[in-house]
Design a protein around this ligand. Structure first.
Ligand code: TRP
Length: 450
C-alpha cells in the first residue's frame, strides 16, 4: 500500500522477541504481583495455585491463541475486527464490550493502584519503614487513600507516563519500553526471592505456598482462579486480539502464546515465592486480602536489615509491571479511536487519556468513602464487574466464536495456511469448543454473587 492512497501501512512489531516482551508486559502486571499472591493467601494457599495452573493451561492459553488468531487475521482493533472478517455483526459485541466497557473500566481502577505504586516507591525512601516498624503501615495506607487529591495526583502521574509511551507507537513506544522493563523486572524479582527464602523461618511460608490442602477448596476458589487467569493473561477485552493485529504473517502464534502465558505464570509463581516466605518469617498472616502488598509487606520489610532497599525495589517492580500492562489497555482504546474516528495517534492518546482520567476519579475518591453501589464502593464494583463478569463473558464469546463459527479460518491462521505444524491442534480445538465455554458457563452459574 503506498502513502498516496491515504492509508498508512499498519504498524507491526519490530521483532519476535519484542512482540513477546510486549505481550508478556501486558500480561505481567498488578495481577501477578499484587493480586495473585493475595488470592493465594485468601483462597487457601497451594490448592489455589494448582487450580490456577490447570485453568491457565486448558482455558487461558487456548483463549489467548484464539484472540491472537482473530487479531492477526483481521489486522484491526477489536471493534472493527469482526467486520473485517465478514462475520455476523453480533460478534462485534466482543469488541464493543471489551474496548468500551472493559478497557475504560479496567483502566479506571488499574491506574489508581498504579498511582499507589509511585507513592510507595517515594515513601519507601522517605519514612515508610519507620512508620511500618512502629506497626502503623495500615494507618499509613488508609490515611493515604483517604486523601483523594493525593490518590488522583499519583493516578494522573501514572497515566501520564503510560500515555508518554503509547504516543511513541507500537514498536518505538510499547515494544521498546517493554524490552527494557521486563528483563529489569525479572532481575529485581530474583533479588527479592533470594532475600525472602534465606530469612530464618522462611520454611513455613514455603509450605503454605507449595503443599496443597485440597480440603480448603470452595466454589469461590474456582471463580477466583478463572477470573484471575483471564485478568493475568489480559484476556477477554480484546487486548491480545489487538496485539495480535500487529503480528506479521510469518510469526508462529502457538509458540508465541505459550511464551507469553508461560512467562506470565512463572512471574506470578515467583511473586508468591518472593512474598510468602518473608511474610511467614516475620510472623505475619498471608490472608490480609488486597492489603497484602501495601500494608503487610511494608511491615515485613521494616523488620529486615536494609528493608528500605527491598521495599523500594519491590514497589519499583510493581510499578514496572503495572505500567507495561496499562500501556496495553490504553493502546486498545487508542487504536479504536485511530481506526474508528481517523484520529492521529497523538489525538487519540490525549483524548482517551482524558476520558480515563475523569473515569478514574470515582474509583479514586470512592476509597475515601462516598456513595455505594449495592454495598460496594465504586472501586470494588468496577473491579468486580470487570474480573467476574466482563472478562469471563468476553472470553466465553471469543471461544464460542472461534470454536463454532470460525474454526476453519482459525486453523488456517494458526497453522500459517497449513505451513506450520501445531502438534496440539486437536487439543486446542477441543479446548475452545468445549472446555473453555462449558467451564466458564458453569463457573459463572455457580459462583456469581455480588
Ligand atoms: N494482565 C494485567 C495484569 O496482570 C492487567 C491487564 C492488562 C488486563 N490488560 C488487560 C486485564 C486486559 C484484563 C484485560 O495486571
Amino acid at each position: 500500500m503506498s502513502d498516496s492512497d491515504g492509508l498508512a501501512k499498519r504498524e507491526h512489531w519490530g521483532s519476535r522477541v519484542g512482540f513477546i516482551m510486549a505481550a508478556a508486559g501486558s500480561a505481567i502486571g498488578l495481577g501477578n504481583i499484587w493480586r495473585f499472591p493475595y488470592l493465594v493467601g485468601k483462597d487457601g494457599g497451594a490448592a489455589f495455585v494448582v487450580i490456577y495452573l490447570i485453568i491457565t493451561l486448558f482455558i487461558g492459553l487456548p483463549v489467548m491463541i484464539a484472540e491472537f488468531a482473530i487479531g492477526r487475521a483481521a489486522q484491526k482493533a477489536p471493534v472493527l475486527a469482526f467486520k473485517a472478517l465478514n462475520v455476523s455483526p453480533f460478534w462485534s459485541l466482543i469488541g464493543w464490550m471489551g474496548t468500551i466497557a472493559g478497557g475504560f473500566l479496567t483502566l479506571s481502577f488499574y491506574n489508581v493502584v498504579g498511582g499507589w505504586t509511585i507513592k510507595y516507591i517515594i515513601s519507601s525512601l522517605t519514612g515508610l519503614m519507620e512508620i511500618a516498624d512502629a506497626g502503623n503501615s495500615g494507618d499509613f495506607f488508609s490515611s493515604f487513600i483517604g486523601q483523594s487529591y493525593q490518590v488522583i495526583v499519583f493516578q494522573a502521574l501514572f497515566l501520564a507516563i503510560t500515555m508518554g509511551v503509547v504516543i511513541g507507537g507500537v514498536s518505538k513506544g510499547i515494544e521498546r519500553a517493554c524490552k527494557v522493563l521486563m528483563p529489569t523486572l525479572f532481575v529485581i524479582m530474583i533479588i527479592l526471592i533470594i532475600r525472602s527464602v534465606t530469612l530464618p523461618g522462611a520454611e513455613a511460608g514455603l509450605k503454605f505456598y507449595l503443599s496443597p490442602d485440597f480440603s480448603k477448596l470452595t466454589g469461590e476458589t474456582f471463580l477466583d482462579a478463572l477470573g484471575q487467569s483471564f485478568f493475568s493473561l489480559s484476556l477477554g477485552l480484546g487486548i491480545m486480539l489487538t496485539y495480535g493485529s500487529y503480528i506479521g504473517k510469518e510469526e508462529q502464534l502457538p509458540s508465541s502464546s505459550a511464551w507469553t502465558a508461560g512467562l506470565d505464570t512463572v512471574i506470578a509463581l515467583l511473586a508468591g515465592l518472593a512474598i510468602f516466605p518473608a511474610v511467614f518469617a516475620m510472623g505475619f498472616e498471608p490472608g490480609s486480602g488486597a492489603g497484602l502488598s501495601f500494608i503487610t509487606l511494608p511491615a515485613v520489610f521494616a523488620k529486615m536489615p536494609a528493608g528500605m532497599i527491598f521495599s523500594f525495589l519491590f514497589f519499583l517492580l510493581l510499578f514496572f509491571a503495572a505500567v507495561t500492562s496499562s500501556m496495553s489497555l490504553l493502546e486498545v482504546a487508542a487504536a479504536f479511536a485511530i481506526e474508528k474516528f481517523h484520529m492521529t495517534r497523538k489525538e487519540a492518546v490525549y483524548g482517551v487519556g482524558f476520558i480515563i482520567l475523569v473515569l478514574g476519579i470515582p474509583s479514586a475518591t470512592s476509597l475515601a468513602g462516598g456513595p455505594k453501589i449495592y454495598g460496594k464502593d465504586f472501586f470494588d464494583a468496577a473491579e468486580y464487574v470487570c474480573n467476574n463478569v466482563l472478562l469471563p463473558l468476553g472470553s466465553f464469546l471469543a471461544s464460542v466464536f472461534v470454536g463454532w463459527f470460525w474454526l476453519p479460518q482459525a486453523i488456517k491462521e494458526i497453522t500459517n495456511d497449513g505451513k506450520l505444524k501445531f502438534g496440539w491442534l486437536n487439543t486446542w480445538i477441543w479446548c475452545v469448543r468445549f472446555v473453555a465455554p462449558l467451564a466458564i458457563a458453569y463457573i459463572f452459574y455457580a459462583g456469581l454473587k455480588w
